[in-house]
Design a protein. Sequence first.
Length: 144
Amino acid sequence: MNHVKALIIKFLMIAVVLLIILTGIYDVEFGDTLLISLVLTVLAYALGDLMIFRKTGDRNRDGAGRVDDDHTKRNAMATVSDIVLSFLVIWLMGEMLLADDPDLIQAAIISALVIGAGEWFFHKYLDKSVFPEKGHNVGNTNNR
């Protein structure tokens, strides 16, 4: 159930960003924006969140018994991958759906950067609520 909630949150975040930027500023049709949002949500959750963010790094105990949290490294890697994936999906789907829009690359870059900023905070939510084995409530490092 946590994954469904995370997907809904991610879709809403991406849809709001794309509706403001693509539809509000660049006059992309509402339906096209929602389709791009849906495809981007599924791809970014599967690739960026489940594969890169969840699988990268680990929480280890150092020699003094303290937990070494590499959340920042995992978050940075996943956020950069989300920005690149967002740009590619928006640009390529825009090429297929929109008729020769000269501002498409600019819209894709701006959208990807704003989505990336939101992803930074979304990954913090994932650590706390969806992937507790990687997050802050890890007491036992054997629960992978």
